[in-house]
Ligand binder design. Sequence first.
Ligand code: NAD
Ligand code: LMR
Length: 442
Amino acid sequence: MKTYKLAIAGGGSTYTPGIVRSLMDRLEDLPLSEIRFYDIDGERQSKVVVAAKAVIAEYTDSIKVIDTTEPETAFDDVDFVFAQMRVGKYAMRELDEKIPLSHGVVGQETCGPGGLAYGLRTIFPMVELIDFVEKYAKESCWIVNYSNPASIVAEGVRKLRPNAKVINICDMPVATMRNMAGILGVNREDLVVDYFGLNHFGWFTKVEVDGVDRLPELREHISKWGLLTEDISKIDYRHADASWIKTFKNIKPIMDFFPDYIPNPYLQYYLLPDYIVENSNKEYTRANEVMDGREQSLFETVRKFEETGILDDAFHVGVHGIFIVDVTISIAQNLAKRYLVMVENKGTIPNLPADAMIEVPALITSKGPVPEYVGEIPYFHKAMIDQQLASEKILVEAITEGSYEKALQAFTLNKTIPSAIVAKKILDDLIEANKEYWPTLT
Ligand code: NAD
Ligand code: LMR
């Protein structure tokens, strides 16, 4: 039987134990001989690996586990790498959110100025990871990347390492489909959807079950409750935190205005920025909610496990863990399963630039994703995408050229920022905050 060696870069992530459980649930489809955990913060990772090892022990004793901060030890001869790095960790996420909010602008980790800041921190570490993998791993090795901000990371990789075997994925479309399925009372796997856009910036244009169009039913439901079931407790939401409940409810006002398609929930930041800012707590953002919630409960679980030997399932698999493993199995077994992932446009949407990194349905094969032709998109959506794309592409030019002016252009073009004056104020504050991470911009 063929077995695989898999490395997780960003092994200290809050998502690691859930992803490991998902891997264990699918060992028949993806038999593993080794899991290597790699992180630049060895201390954090070692705590998380305690939980990961306890999960693995529930299933098997035949998988070798390596916990390392050495790239060669991590990637030597591996078949797959999962990437889930948060460059600057939660401390920097908090600043990405709070600095823009202090200027009256959306504060979010992947959208608006916070996303641009996180992008400037992440592109070079992502390129470094690709170089490590190309140096040490098998030639056939694929990197399956969750590291955010995925859209900017995807553009950076396209530009700086165009031939790298990286597939950029996001759990938001799958999580949105999980909610749709809950509302319709069907399994998520039974939904057939069409979708186009950029990452965290797209629209579902078709939702069918057994060949029947279920969009009208979803529209009706969303007009009352947003993208949540009537009784929230009836669905197992990973997104059960207060901020996510608000986010799924915000699909309603967006669809009251534009009922044709179902928006990716992150579009709230671009379509309702004033409303979002008015309803944000400048002192306590999503970073605080995660640090006090997901992060704290993971480390508390580890502490308790070390004390008592009892592993509370404070983390669960959820769509996040399921999706990355589904995509990897489709690559490993060349199943050509259809998933929403990021690909280079190359004519898939003829009225967008050929070199845009778009998010669309694609068949996932051992040679990579093969996108399905989408066709021309309406002018409204195209105009929004073009503006966002320009902001992200110019940001990548800013970092590769070390250009302050291009960074300012990228910020000014971002739809969440009202003027070049505000863009400059936020950029200058973010430069100060990111001294340790960003290249010098002159
Ligand atoms: P986290 O802070 O808990 O974990 C991230 C880990 O990455 C940390 O242990 C950190 O030390 C490590 N790291 C930072 N820089 C690194 C580098 N250069 N090399 C190796 N490791 C490095 O973060 P989290 O909340 O668990 O999120 C992990 C990642 O997944 C983030 O990038 C987040 O934005 C992303 N994410 C993506 C999706 C998606 O669907 N695309 C959903 C959720 C989270
Ligand atoms: C966040 O913390 O908002 C992201 O990591 C995504 C999520 O689902 O929590």
